[in-house]
Design a protein around this ligand. Structure first.
Ligand SMILES: *Cc1c(COP(=O)(O)O)cnc(C)c1O
Length: 393
C-alpha cells in the first residue's frame, strides 16, 4: 500500500490481485476498455495487429477473444471477429469486402436487414446486386459478371425455412472466383459448418441460438483464411463494431449449452410440425425435416438436424393468423428467435402488415402464415398451447 499517497489517489488506483496457484474455471468478464503496459515498444506492437496483446477493447479484449476462439473452433475456421450485433457482422463484411461498382449475387430469401444494407450500398455506392432463387447452383454462373465479387447465402432462410444446396452453391461460387459469405444463424455450427463446404466467411446473429436466452445482442464473423480475417479485423475496428465484453460473456455462457439446446429445439420442432400438419385448421406446414418440405432431400444431405424454426399456414387467412397470435398463452408473440422460450410471428399482421396478398406471396408468405421459433420447453405443454389457440380459430 502506498500510504504516502492521498486518498484521492488511492481510491482511483484499485488493482486486481495477481493469480498464482489457481485460475477461474469460467471465463472472467474483462470489463475494461483499456490495458496498461510497462513497455512502450510492447504497446506500439500491440496496437498494430489483432494478435499481439491487449491495448483497447475496440481492438481486442480477452473475454471477447475467448468467444472468438470458441466460435472459430466450432465453425472450423482459423479466426473470428465478434461484433455488437448480427448486423454489425453483416455490415462489417460487406463494407470490408466490397468497393463501389462491385457486383454481388445473393439468394432472394434473405434476412430483412441484409436486404436493407444491400439496397443502401446500391443506392449510395453503386454496388450492384442480383438476387437468385437459390434453387439451382447454375444460377451463380448465369448471374456472374466481370465485376462480380461476392456470393451471399443463408443456410436456412426466413420465414419459410428454405434450404438451398449449400455445398453446390459454394462450389459454384468458388468456381466463379467469388468470395462466399454464409449467414449460418438458423443452423448454428451444431447443424452445419459452411467452411467445411468451402465458405470463405460464416456469420451469425449471436442474438439468436448462440446466445440462446433472449438477453444479449451480438454477432460474429468466422474466417476460413487468416489473410481475410486480418483485413476484416481492421474494418470492424474502424467501424467500431466490436462486441462488448459483457455481451461476449453472455454469448460464451449460451454456447456452453448450444449442443443440448439445439437437440431439443430440433426434436420439439419435429413433434410440433407433425401435430400441426394433422390439425384441421392448418393448411400446410414447412419444416425441413418433414418429407413434404420442398427442400427436405437437399437439407438431409448436409444438415445434422433440421432446426428449431418452422412455419405453417392457417386456412382462415389473415384474420385467423391474428386470432392465433392473440390466442397463444405459453408461446410469446415476439420478433426475435432462437431463444429457450417459444416465440412466434404472424408476418401479415406485424412485420409485413403493409403487404397485400400478392406482395406477401412474392415474399413467400401467406396471409395466414405463422412462423414459430420452437423453444426447449416440454413438447406436450407447447402442443397444448398451440392446440388451444388453433381450436379458438
Ligand atoms: C436476427 C438476424 C440477423 C441480424 O442480427 P442482429 O443481431 O439482430 O443484428 C441476421 N441474420 C439472421 C438470419 C437473423 O435472424
Amino acid at each position: 500500500m502506498h500510504t504516502d499517497r492521498k486518498p484521492a489517489t488511492r481510491a482511483v488506483h484499485v488493482t486486481a490481485p495477481p493469480l498464482t496457484d489457481s485460475r477461474p474455471l469460467s471465463v472472467p468478464i474483462y470489463q475494461a476498455s483499456t490495458f496498461a503496459f510497462d513497455d512502450p515498444d510492447a504497446l506500439a506492437t500491440a496496437l498494430g495487429a489483432p494478435d499481439q496483446g491487449f491495448t483497447y477493447s475496440r481492438y481486442r479484449n480477452p473475454t471477447t477473444q475467448a468467444l472468438e476462439e470458441t466460435l472459430a473452433d466450432l465453425e472450423g475456421g482459423v479466426a473470428a471477429a465478434a461484433t455488437a450485433s448480427g448486423m454489425g457482422a453483416i455490415s462489417s463484411i460487406l463494407l470490408g469486402e466490397l468497393g463501389s461498382g462491385d457486383h454481388v449475387i445473393a439468394q432472394n430469401c434473405l434476412y430483412g436487414g441484409t436486404y436493407a444494407i444491400l439496397r443502401d450500398l446500391s443506392a449510395r455506392f453503386g454496388v450492384e446486386v442480383t438476387y437468385v432463387p437459390g434453387d439451382d447452383p447454375a444460377e451463380v454462373a448465369a448471374a456472374r459478371r466481370p465485376n462480380t465479387r461476392l456470393l451471399y447465402l443463408e443456410t436456412i432462410a426466413n420465414p419459410v425455412t428454405k434450404v438451398g444446396d449449400l455445398p453446390a452453391f459454394l462450389a459454384a461460387g468458388k468456381a466463379a472466383g467469388l468470395v462466399t459469405v454464409v449467414d449460418n444463424t438458423f443452423a448454428s455450427p451444431i447443424l452445419c459448418r459452411p467452411i467445411e463446404h468451402g465458405a470463405d466467411v460464416v456469420l451469425h446473429s449471436a442474438t439468436k441460438y448462440l446466445g440462446g436466452h433472449s438477453d444479449v445482442t451480438g454477432g460474429v464473423l468466422v474466417f476460413a483464411e487468416e489473410e481475410r480475417y486480418r483485413r476484416a479485423w481492421q474494418h470492424t475496428m474502424e467501424l467500431g463494431a466490436a462486441a462488448d465484453p459483457f455481451a461476449a460473456w453472455l454469448i460464451i455462457r449460451g454456447i456452453q449449452t448450444l449442443p443440448l439446446r439445439m437437440e431439443r429445439h430440433c426434436a420439439n420442432a419435429g413433434l410440433l410440425a407433425d401435430r400441426l400438419a394433422g390439425h384441421p385448421a392448418v393448411a400446410s406446414v414447412r419444416w425441413p425435416g418433414r418429407a413434404d418440405h420442398p427442400d427436405h432431400e437437399v437439407a438431409s444431405r448436409f444438415l445434422a438436424g433440421y432446426g428449431g424454426m418452422l412455419a405453417f399456414d392457417l386456412r382462415g387467412g389473415r384474420e385467423a393468423g391474428r386470432r392465433f397470435a392473440k390466442g397463444v398463452r405459453l408461446a410469446k408473440l415476439a420478433a426475435s428467435l432462437g431463444g429457450v422460450e417459444t416465440t412466434l410471428m404472424h408476418p401479415a399482421s406485424t412485420s409485413h402488415r403493409q403487404f397485400d396478398a400478392e406482395a406477401l406471396r412474392a415474399a413467400g408468405i401467406g396471409e395466414g402464415t405463422i412462423r414459430v421459433s420452437v423453444g426447449i420447453e416440454d413438447a406436450d405443454d407447447l402442443w397444448a398451447d398451440l392446440a388451444q389457440a388453433l381450436d379458438g380459430n
